[in-house]
Ligand binder design. Structure first.
Ligand code: IPE
Ligand code: IPE
Ligand code: MG
Length: 235
């Protein structure tokens, strides 16, 4: 059908930072630091390739199980990195967005995220979304609660519940479904990422770790995507 169309929405599970650093005899946090640099390269490359939505899994609702020191490092890395991205976002006309429950982050980090979202809200070339304290199960549960509350208030009827209504109550309410889901790091699983939105995504797995991922790899994935036959259940 649309075999030659490029993906509009690419989502990436940026996995393997820790193992990459360990393989070099370094601390896991070093892998996270280098991984955060790769985000800049892939953001620029995605804009250049005409991708409209890039969604990156940065912290899952399950990642709190990690040692407190690693979690703390990831939170402070997020803060310092996003703060520095004004030029990158301005030059590439990127709108910054987040999905997930960011209310658990320090107030100053929440304020900073809000400020960058505000600052970039009119940028039109690409939407870069970071999934922060994100989990699909959390997201779908929150949507159910919101819809149930609206029904209880009498603002909605059970018969109003539709796929569209559920979509509108997800963190991704203003985004199209995922076309291409990429995971680095060798694991073949989706780890609670965009389960609803990836219902018909093409999946591509890379054995290399996220800090080794390059724009050439991104191009390769897009090329492979273009050769996939997407049937969406049809013929
Ligand atoms: C992905 O890399 C980044 C986060 C989950 C925050 P990992 O930290 O999971 O690295 P590995 O998979 O342990 O190597
Ligand atoms: C998925 O990676 C989460 C992020 C990349 C942020 P994990 O390393 O947490 O996933 P599992 O534990 O291997 O499934
Ligand atoms: Mg991992």
């Amino acid at each position: 059908m649309n075999a030659a169309l490029p993906p509009k929405h690419i989502a990436i599970i940026m996995d393997g930072n820790g193992r990459w650093a360990s393989s070099l005899g370094k601390r896991r946090t070093y892998g996270h630091y280098i991984g955060s640099k790769i985000v800049d390269d892939i953001t620029k490359a995605s804009v250049a390739l005409g991708i409209k939505y890039l969604t990156l899994y940065a912290f899952s609702t399950e990642n709190w199980k990690r040692p407190a020191s690693e979690v703390r490092f990831l939170i402070s890395l997020l803060h310092t990195q996003i703060q520095k991205k004004e030029t990158l976002f301005a030059e590439n006309e990127v709108r910054f967005n987040t999905i997930g429950d960011v209310s658990v982050y320090p107030q100053k980090t929440q304020d900073m995220l809000k400020r960058v979202r505000e600052l970039t809200k009119n940028n039109k070339r690409m939407v870069l979304t970071l999934a922060l304290n994100y989990g699909s199960k959390l997201e779908i549960t929150a949507a159910c609660k919101k819809i149930a509350a609206d029904i209880k208030k009498g603002e909605l009827n059970v018969s109003d519940i539709s796929e569209d209504l559920i979509n509108k109550n997800l963190f991704t309410y203003d985004m199209p479904d995922v076309d291409l889901l990429i995971r680095t790091g060798g694991e073949k699983r989706v780890s609670n990422f965009l389960l609803w939105q990836s219902s018909y995504a093409e999946l591509i797995f890379f054995d290399k770790y996220w800090p080794e991922f390059t724009k050439e790899d991104l191009k390769k994935a897009i090329e492979e995507f273009k050769h996939r036959k997407r049937r969406f259940g049809g013929l």
